[in-house]
Design a protein. Structure first.
Length: 162
């Protein structure tokens, strides 16, 4: 008999409870899996501390997710230099715009700058953004492949957990 894997994801968002003029938002996310499922090698499940009684499974692609393509990074830098896509100058904005293709919810996940520093050995600026997805923190790693400093674009290079 063929085993059928079923994954049902329910996301309930209750909005609109207003207390003293400030909005209070409740978000509850629950993933339910039946059968056995093994994530691909490019995906990462929640840590092993997730018990069988709470079968929440969130798949975020980790590791090197976007190899540097000098042609594309050069085009992006030229676009920014021409006054277009200024959001590429902010690693948090790049995380929010580009991380959806790796499993993040770019509307509801939180993205916060962890650090930004110059890497002497690589001769480039790097940045790390903490992305909180379903209560779990991931680190999104960036480099500046073209112009360095305030006028350089940020390239999303890899994602790690924790």
């Amino acid at each position: 008999m063929k085993q059928v894997n079923l994954r049902l994801t329910i996301l309930l968002v209750i909005l609109g409870v207003v207390v003293g003029g400030a909005g209070v938002y409740f978000v509850y996310a629950y993933n339910w899996s039946c059968g056995s499922s093994s994530p691909s090698s490019s995906s990462s499940s929640l840590p092993s501390s997730t018990s069988d009684s709470d079968p929440a499974v969130v798949e975020i692609q980790t590791g090197e997710v976007q190899a540097l393509d000098p042609t594309i990074s050069g085009q992006q830098q030229a676009s920014v230099d021409g006054g277009h896509q200024p959001w590429r100058l902010d690693p948090v904005a790049v995380a929010a715009a580009e991380s959806g293709q790796y499993g993040f919810d770019t509307t509801n996940d939180a993205f916060v700058l962890k650090n930004k520093e110059f890497n002497d050995s690589a001769g480039t600026w790097t940045a790390q953004v903490t992305a909180t997805h379903s209560g779990y923190n991931y680190t999104i790693h960036f480099i500046q492949p073209e112009t360095q400093g305030d006028t350089g674009i940020w390239w999303l290079q890899s994602i790690s957990y924790p």
